[in-house]
Design a protein around this ligand. Structure first.
Ligand SMILES: NC(=O)c1ccc[n+]([C@@H]2O[C@H](COP(=O)([O-])OP(=O)(O)OC[C@H]3O[C@@H](n4cnc5c(N)ncnc54)[C@H](OP(=O)(O)O)[C@@H]3O)[C@@H](O)[C@H]2O)c1
Length: 329
């Protein structure tokens, strides 16, 4: 496969290179693409140096697959240009996710929707991916009615500028701010921009993307998204009300049997998921599974995953692998 990586110099791009190498993705030619600021710089993949090129050159190279992690505006402008020359785009930004003509894919859940006609495929939001990985098998069994979620999201979810802000604050150095307030020793109830309804865009992604991925609008999700000073890994406190009752051990069993999900749940041994231990792993970790004693058919749980791996790079690479395996590119 001739593969273009758009946004190769970013936080997601860096992990993408790592994941492609680890999974031995079948690459015959790799095009590393970034903004004009980075053109001519070098990055290495599997020990071989590659020179960063610009978007127009990458379109002209007619790659088989282009994985975009370069922000919504770049995707909106450039993904159609890649698609026009026959390149299949897998896009990590929010640009195409809710477009009814584009598929929003978590391979373990809905990759079978993909066809060779899909030239722009959307990768869901990082906090959505880890949420639906845990909710999908439970929804199938017990039918979700309503989900209430609060997130605890790392600065790596915002990109390189935010990681630098946290590092600067810890070191006591003045520098460029990615957030309107300090993030070290703080918690910002503000991920992405505010919308007219008072929610942030991140909260609305969490409310809407799962319905599209599960192809079901019969349940509702209400979210509060909070940025905390962890370097990597998003955590989520999730309260799920089902139509049908459950046994806690059955829930643990279903999650344990789900590909890509690992249960870490034993209060006796202080076992529960934490972002620091999810780092560099592809699994979605679930723990603190307990019955909500205030309401029937309702469970509380804590879901953690590395936002740059399953939340971005790994999911996108899994989509690409599915396309190849099923001869859709
Ligand atoms: N961080 C996460 O956890 C996460 C998870 C899921 C999805 N995403 C999405 O992935 C995308 C990248 O996020 P990130 O965290 O990696 O951001 P980042 O660290 O700020 O990196 C941004 C990347 O985009 C490139 N870029 C920016 N403007 C460009 C332009 N006009 N033309 C070409 N390339 C351009 C940058 O190139 P230069 O180095 O040349 O500026 C850099 O490679 C965003 O759309 C984000 O929403 C992020």
């Amino acid at each position: 496969m001739k593969v273009a990586l758009v946004g190769a110099t970013g936080m997601v791009g860096e992990v993408m290179l790592k994941v492609l190498a680890e999974r031995n993705f079948p690459i015959t030619e790799l095009l590393l693409v970034a903004s004009e600021r980075s053109v001519g710089k070098k990055l290495s993949y599997k020990g071989v140096e590659h020179t960063i090129i610009g978007l127009a050159d990458a379109v002209a190279a007619k790659a088989d697959i282009a994985i975009f992690s370069a922000g919504g505006d770049t995707s909106l402008e450039w993904a159609p240009k890649f698609a026009e020359v026959g390149t299949t785009v897998i896009d990590n930004s929010s640009a195409w996710r809710m477009d009814p003509t584009k598929k929003l894919v978590v391979p373990e859940i809905n990759a079978t929707e993909l066809t060779s006609e899909d030239k722009i495929i959307a990768n869901p939001n990082c906090s959505t991916i880890q949420l639906v990985m845990a909710l999908a098998p439970l929804h199938k069994k017990y039918q979700m009615k309503r989900v209430v979620i609060s997130t605890y999201q790392s600065v790596s979810g915002t990109g390189v500028k935010a990681v630098k802000q946290l590092e600067n604050e810890i070191a006591g150095v003045k520098g460029e701010m990615a957030y309107p307030y300090p993030i070290s020793r703080n918690a910002l109830p503000h991920c992405d921009v505010f919308m007219e309804n008072g929610y942030t865009k991140e909260e609305m992604k969490l409310a809407r993307e799962p319905q599209k991925i599960l192809d079901d609008r019969s349940f509702s999700i209400s979210a509060t998204a909070v940025r905390i000073p962890t370097a990597g890994g998003h955590s989520e406190s999730v309260n799920v009300e089902f139509h049908n009752d459950f046994a806690l051990n059955e829930i643990r069993g279903i999650l344990n049997d789900t590909d890509g999900v690992t249960v870490q749940d034993n209060p006796d041994t202080n076992t529960y998921p934490m972002p620091i231990y999810a780092h560099n792993k592809d699994e979605v970790f679930v723990g603190r599974i307990r019955r909500d004693e205030t309401q029937p058919n309702t469970v509380n749980m804590w879901i953690v995953s590395d936002n740059l791996r399953k939340g971005a790079a790994t999911n996108a690479v899994q989509i690409a692998e599915y396309l190849i395996k099923n001869q859709l590119v």
